[in-house]
Design a protein around this ligand. Structure first.
Ligand code: HEM
Length: 488
């Protein structure tokens, strides 16, 4: 008798708990003025469709429900804005707050809290757009072995084979790493170890971000243990060759009594944002190798600008290009923007601090509920066939002298990979362009037959998607290529 009563009462308690959770945390009645709600599972909402293919799911919701609708991922409701014309109003809305989101990432993924986040972002913006950018650009080109007379590591005039991602790691990732931290001899603190551990850590990024405890993922805990083996803050501050940006942040955190672990965790966030440049560089190179016309068009543009800028007939002259030259190269610009369009995976999410009436560009009003999240999903906009013809195709000249429209009106910001808040946008773009220019100028490089890269869509939520696996290339130093240097 008692044997039956105990399981029965356990079952009743569990059922009551579920019903209680359902009605208090999940069940939700649409209020007047709120956006339509996408149908989903009564417990986990739209999680399944979202995980399967977030872009297709949101595009379908947009078709069925209009430009603004609410989805639920477990107990988190997100009201999504699909209209690219509303991006500016969305970014300016003061009740849509990014602060709780960055707190969630910093705490759940990197285990620290910034004591003065707003002041820090302000300084970050100033530093990264000022002299720190010039120094970072100078370093990154030298460190990548791509400037002046440097020989790109491991490369010779004879054809050799490597993975493309592996090549990007040896060039742009290493360059970014040394540009941030400077050089030192500690065996545990080098770009190879960091890139490997970052790869492991990133696998669990989305789970940790959503709040699952790190202890559930022993591999992530182990990777983090290696990633915090960094020089102390005092040591970093003494390094002449460490990034000005990093040093400014370290000094700011120290002056606000943040401890060594907080500072190391913040250094990892900085490496994490820069790691995006490495990921997007892979895609930009991959696509122009796959679509040779893109490669040829870029090489022609490079040869033309070098011909225009040379001062003599001396083949050994180092031809100087400045930032404006690089930023003015239209084929290069289009190749890079298109790489961002196709590889972007990020959500632009804000916490709704008050019930807020939001008006779309079409003049439609919706109430966003306090406590929900408001979001724009750039990949869904980047893959909308109403905006981009054949969105699944990479077209190297898609952005060359082109404008994009929706509902008959030109879109001011068709590429949203940096959200609205990223202070590193210009620097990251310039680093990517300079890297592409240097690689295509210096190397003959080809994909080996049959090599094809796929986006790892399970990483949706990361700023840039990684590839599922590396692809093999063959390469050699280009005979008689011009030497070029970026002046900063
Ligand atoms: C390819 C490279 C990069 C990509 C794709 C990228 C993307 C993003 C995105 C999507 C956000 C969220 C913005 C929003 O929701 O409005 C963000 C924020 C941020 N990014 Fe970047 N980023 C890149 C490089 C960098 C670099 C080089 C820096 C260096 C300074 C940087 C610093 C930051 C900071 C500090 C924030 C937080 C801003 C805040 O709290 O207000 N990013 N980035």
């Amino acid at each position: 008798m008692f044997g039956l009563i105990i399981p029965l009462s356990l079952f009743t308690v569990a059922a009551c708990l579920l019903i209680y959770l359902y009605f208090t945390k999940i069940y939700r009645k649409r209020r007047p003025g709120e956006a339509p709600v996408a149908k989903g599972h009564f417990l986990w909402g739209n999680g399944e469709e979202f995980n399967k293919n977030a872009v297709q799911f949101l595009l379908k919701c947009g078709k069925d429900l209009g430009d603004v609708f609410t989805i639920r991922l477990l107990n988190q409701c997100l009201t999504i804005v699909m209209d690219p014309h509303s991006y500016e109003a969305f970014s300016k809305e003061k009740n849509f707050d990014f602060n709780p989101i960055q707190e969630q990432v910093n705490w759940n993924v990197f285990s620290f809290v910034l004591k003065k986040p707003k002041a820090m972002v302000k300084i970050a913006g100033k530093t990264v757009r000022g002299p720190a950018m010039d120094k970072a650009m100078d370093n990154v080109t030298t460190e990548a072995g791509l400037s002046k007379n440097n020989n790109t590591s491991d490369m010779s005039k004879e054809w050799s084979e490597d993975g493309l991602r592996s090549l990007c790691r040896k060039t742009i990732f290493n360059a970014i790493f040394y540009t941030l931290f400077g050089r030192e001899d500690n065996a545990d603190f080098n770009p190879t170890i960091f890139c490997n551990e970052f790869e492991v850590y990133h696998k669990y990024f989305n789970y940790m971000w959503l709040g699952m405890p790190r202890s559930w993922f022993p591999a992530a805990t182990k990777a983090l243990g290696r990633l915090v083996l960094q020089p102390s803050s005092d040591e970093l501050l003494c390094r002449d060759d460490a990034s000005e940006y990093l040093k400014t942040m370290v000094a700011f955190m120290k002056s606000n009594d943040q401890n060594e672990m907080d500072i190391k965790a913040h250094n990892l966030v900085y490496l994490h944002v820069n790691y995006n440049t490495f990921k997007v560089a892979f895609w930009a190179l991959y696509h122009i190798l796959q679509q040779r016309e893109g490669f040829q068009a870029l090489r022609q543009e490079i040869d033309e600008i070098l011909e225009r800028k040379r001062q003599s007939n001396n083949p050994d002259e180092i031809i100087l290009l400045d930032q404006a030259d690089v930023e003015g190269m239209k084929t290069l610009d289009s190749i890079c923007l298109e790489a961002f369009r196709v590889s972007s995976g990020v959500f632009m999410v804000r916490y709704v601090t008050e019930d807020t009436k939001f008006t779309t560009s079409e003049g439609k009003e919706h109430i966003f509920r306090k406590g929900d999240r408001a979001a724009i999903y750039p990949p869904a906009i980047h893959n909308n066939p109403e905006i981009f013809e054949d969105p699944e195709e990479y077209k190297h000249d898609r952005f060359k002298d082109k404008k994009f429209y929706r509902n008959g009106r030109e879109i001011k910001n068709p590429i949203l990979s940096f959200g609205s808040l990223c202070p590193g946008r210009r620097m990251a773009m310039l680093q990517l362009k300079w890297y592409m220019l240097a690689m295509v100028n210096r190397l003959d490089i080809e994909l080996l037959p049959g090599e094809k890269a796929e986006y790892a869509v399970e990483y949706y939520g990361h700023e840039i998607l990684p590839p599922r696996k590396d692809v093999n290339v063959r390469m050699r130093l280009r005979p008689n290529c011009r030497q070029v240097q970026l002046t900063v």
